[in-house]
Design a protein around this ligand. Structure first.
Ligand code: DGL
Length: 274
């Protein structure tokens, strides 16, 4: 007899803007029977320049909105909110919460050469870098890992503006990443969910010897561990539903999203007040 519990409610995902769609694309593809409800806090993007207290407050408000719509689990598809708001959210959420930082760290920790612990670069928003969350979680996995962190404050505005192929992007990316060129990195964690959109140019800039870690695959793996355990999966054969909420200017969100997300259709964007 099949004792598996099923739950057709969606899983909630959120970010300050369009960046978390890189995570949504990965999980929606990996779990085609699961439904997802995405919220982009476009009225308050960017989070990465704001204080810990403010980001924590935003994280709890956004999660509350998704919980009121009946999600069965939460994926914080934003590194800044994961770094600064995850602990508070986990302490009060009635449903399981998955962040993006621990899965990305686990993926990086395996990338050393021979017996040597890896040298790992981490790029993220100013607030994520200042939080020290990545060095902390990497050290928990292996205290020998050497971590070099760099804030890249211009990357999020480029992505929110949909500037991906623009010639200025290469210049900004190269200039920003220059301090990492001499660091002999094994891996570079894209510690902001907006950055995978710039992955092509970041990869070219860093060269083939540096493995880029986009935590969306690691988050999908983490979700797999939860589904069937803490989170009941959708019934077999269920049709996937994707819905989108934003806190401001729905049309712009849709336009920017469609420019760089090809694996999922971003339509039916609803505006909400938190
Ligand atoms: N995409 C987000 C992150 O992963 C937030 C960027 C921002 O709002 O500054 O950190």
């Amino acid at each position: 007899m099949d004792n598996q519990r099923y739950d057709e409610r969606p899983i909630g995902l959120f970010d300050s803007g369009v960046g978390g769609l890189t995570v949504l694309e990965a999980v929606a593809r990996r779990f085609p029977e699961e439904s997802f409800l995405y919220l982009g806090d476009t009225a308050r993007v960017p989070y990465g320049t704001k204080s810990a207290r403010t980001v924590e407050r935003y994280t709890l408000q956004v999660a509350d909105c998704l919980l009121r719509r009946g999600v069965k689990g939460l994926v914080v598809a934003c590194n800044t909110a994961s770094a600064l708001g995850l602990a508070a959210l986990r302490a009060q959420s009635p449903v399981p919460v998955i962040g993006v930082i621990e899965p990305g760290c686990r993926a990086a920790a395996t990338l050393g050469g021979g017996n040597r612990a890896p040298r790992v670069g981490v790029i993220g928003t100013r607030s994520t870098v200042a939080s020290g969350a990545y060095p902390y979680h990497l050290a928990m996995l292996d205290s020998a890992i050497q971590v070099i962190s760099l804030a890249c404050p211009l990357f999020v505005p480029l992505v929110e503006e949909g500037w991906v192929d623009h010639p200025a992007v290469r210049m900004i990316v190269t200039d920003t990443l220059t301090p990492l060129f001499t660091q002999r990195l094994d891996a570079l964690i894209l510690g902001c969910t907006h950055y995978p959109v710039l992955k092509g140019v970041i990869a070219e800039t860093m060269g083939a010897g540096v493995t880029l870690i986009d935590s969306s695959a690691a988050v999908a793996e983490e979700l797999r561990r939860h589904l069937g355990g803490e989170i009941a999966p959708a019934p077999r054969g269920a049709t996937q539903r994707l819905a989108f909420l934003v806190t401001d200017v729905a049309d712009r969100f849709k336009e920017t999203a469609t420019r760089f997300i090809s694996g999922i259709a971003v339509d039916a964007v609803e505006m909400v007040d938190l």
